[in-house]
Design a protein around this ligand. Sequence first.
Ligand code: IPT
Length: 962
Amino acid sequence: MSFRTSTQYVEDVSPGSGALPPRAWYASSDAKALCLGGSWRFRLSDTADAEDDSFAAPGYDAGGWAQVSVPGHWVLQGHGSPVYTNHLYPFPVDPPRVPTENPTGDHLRLFDLPGDWPEDGGTVLRFDGVESCARVWLNGTDLGEFKGSRLPHEFAVGHLLKPGGNVLAVRVHQWSAGSYLEDQDQWWLPGIFRDVTLLHRPAGGVLDFFVHASYDHTTGAGTLRVDSDVDGRVTVPDLGIDVAAGEPVTVPVEPWSAETPRLYDGVLATGGERVPLRIGFRTVALSDGLIRVNGRPVLFKGVNRHEWHPERGRALDLATMREDVLLMKRHNINAVRTSHYPPHPAFLGLCDELGLWVIDECDLETHGFTEQGWRDNPVDDDRWTPALLDRAARMVERDKNHPSVVIWSLGNEAGTGRGLTAMAEWIHGRDPSRLLHYEGDPGCRDTDVYSRMYADHAEVERIGRRLDGGTHKRRQLPFVLCEFGHAMGNGPGGLADYQQLFEAHERLQGGFVWEWIDHGIAHPELGYAYGGDFGEELHDGNFVCDGLLFPDRRPSPGLTEYKKVIEPVGISGDGTDGTVRVTNKYDFADLSALAFSWTYEVEGEVVDSGTLTVPALAPGASADLGLPEPPPGAPAGEALWTVRAVLAADTPWAPKDHVVAWGQIPAAQRRTPYVAAAARPVARDGVITLGPGVFDARTGALRAVGDVGVCGLRLDVWRATTDNDDGAAWQSGLRYGLLWRKLGLHRMRHRLDAVEVSEDALTVRTRVAPAARETALSAVYRWTSDGDRLRLAVATVPEGDWTVPLPRLGIRFGLPAADRVEWFGGGPGEAYPDTKAASAVGRWRSTVEDMQTPYVRPQENGARIEVRWAELGGLRVEGDPAFWLTARRWTTEQLDAATHRTDLLSGGTVWVNLDHGQHGIGSQSCGPAPLPRYHLKAEPAEFSFVFSVSATPTVSATPNAG
Ligand code: IPT
């Protein structure tokens, strides 16, 4: 006999019923645990009540059901599809009601208890994360239901267990009242996406416990007190501690910090259980208006981290979590905001162990209510307050024993309201040892930190100088940019300018780049899918691909840039006095963990090298150190010193010799190429030859340099607009991508005005302009040669009323083939005017394929900056001045039209851009446009290139489609 299931709980504002009170999470004790992950039986229904609950009863035959992996999201396992929206609710807004169409996954798992499962005590069943609402039955008994997707829920089940044939049934609804509280900018991904575990609870076992481990920097002593719900003893062998739970003890300790994550192993032993403790002693305080840890102000060099894996979504395994932390540490990142929900609890253990400051954020966002002026916002409606308090408690109780967590965050983009205040009061009362963050309240009523997102540089500077006003309370508070540097597509630009402000003003305690990783979903036809690729009726496109890592966790140029910008050692010098200035930018550590070395490079080739002795230097201290004399007999040419700081020994996060910081100091200037105009142009049979240059006599177009064919050489101002060029729809400032298209810069026409042959030059005069506009650029190409080399001088002058900057300014041309590329200039990766901190001058070798940056949505990419000379496709190019080099197997127009990388097909020709200038990148896909100093103004310009046939062939094999 079966009953129709009541699904009223789905739309109930309450957090649920039947679950145990929240408590500290711990992975390992000597109590038995049984992981229930693996293959589960699965049935998907269209509505919450399509099926009765008879499947939960023992004996139900689910043999005909599909199977899914738990942890996992069913929409990533072939059942239904993912939906991406930024802040719009993908259902009508009528809280707490949800649509009738409510994908509902029934999950079944049969299990036996291991033979040695103890008979005494109790057992709890723990769910670490289920989106968005679950009802649970064990052996036919209804245990209750819960919401709060990224929070743990436990049920007491000991009395229901049998040695064999246990039936665990879980009904999961995609939409619930809880969905209104979980409107984070990410894919909507229902499922049991974190672990399900059966935990034996021995009689007399540990219940909840709270490790208080503070550090007094004035005495060097740590005070430990472990509060426990059950009597017990606390031992820390390395510190000789053996005290009763609840009893404080003070001993000399090494403090914990993100830079020096010293953990002490301890044990909490009760009558029935031994729980391992990992204790880090640190004191977090707000004093003199600054966030201090162990007495010192800290500077957050942070990222916002969503949990993401391109195949598994938010069902992350431990190896992926560890990879995230290692990648952060190796890129000089010292802080993470767990945007916008508590992460898998194991992630915090890794932060404790490897050293990251954590802002732990609650699973709360109601951003979609902004569409209705925040009317009906649940955080300002008392009916929802129990659910909000439940979420706050489940986060704090779960994560309170992690030394890495220094700040709690109420959530993200939820407006303001009494519910938030209630959460803040509860958190402050329960855990006064940490600070509280919430960005959405500019008055800072409930918070200990003034926080903003995407404020531009000028405003951040005003805040730093305390000229920003605000409430009395806010004026007393330190500042963090909880989101900045929107890493969508090519960019973010302007990071170095923010970092300078952070370092200049003590009130500015750093920021968190948005965001860590692109949420692209691996897709058989598209490479990586983004919003709209699953036919969503409402979606926000590739706004979900805005990370410093590509979906496969390869670092994007943005991460390389960020690593350089936030490096903890400053290495600088202008080459005038033979010294290098080394500055310790750590907050706690001296420089004794690093080894310093120098190389002396001429034309990018290392001529000499050695070590540099650097004193240990306390945080904040600098030293000017003498560099050796340039090596005698070094070849002539442009020379520089590269000074590196590397790890002196293996660390838990990177091996010895890992580069932490570097700087380059000029030693000898470049001599620009000189080509005497000695050869005469000769016209014959419709062709003009000038040195190695062959031209069409009628059009003046370059046909070849020696035996290297060249096509389509002409002035170019267009680039495939980046996400930051295009800007977000809601951006109020000038969105240059749109302005450029409106002006027609993507469809410029070239009018030939004259082909002039003189004694020593071929001059081609053109006017470059789009249809329908009077704005234009005149472009004069003047070709000369010394017989071996061909020099092109381009002079361009804007005509008409140019009110916008140019995307780029330079020439482009096609080569019939090119594979290997070698250059002397900036590298190894791409760089643009406001993203060039990580570009090092050197001799670089790559291939046309490898010079492409795989942005999920194709766009301008891959430019190498300050290139003195380059060789590719049999051609050598020298620049006067140095230029930007881009080479790709498709045209800019094809790149511009592509929506996924799989649209990019080689057309045979390799298209080369040699640019005199590029417009900055900025961060306008969510934040500010490029600073004016990075604009490429339309103004008269002259630049030249020297072409010759390269001595070494640079075409190796027939190139394939990229
Ligand atoms: C901000 C959100 O907090 C974050 O979740 C993400 O959506 C980010 O923007 C953009 O990628 S909200 C912003 C629209 C002010």
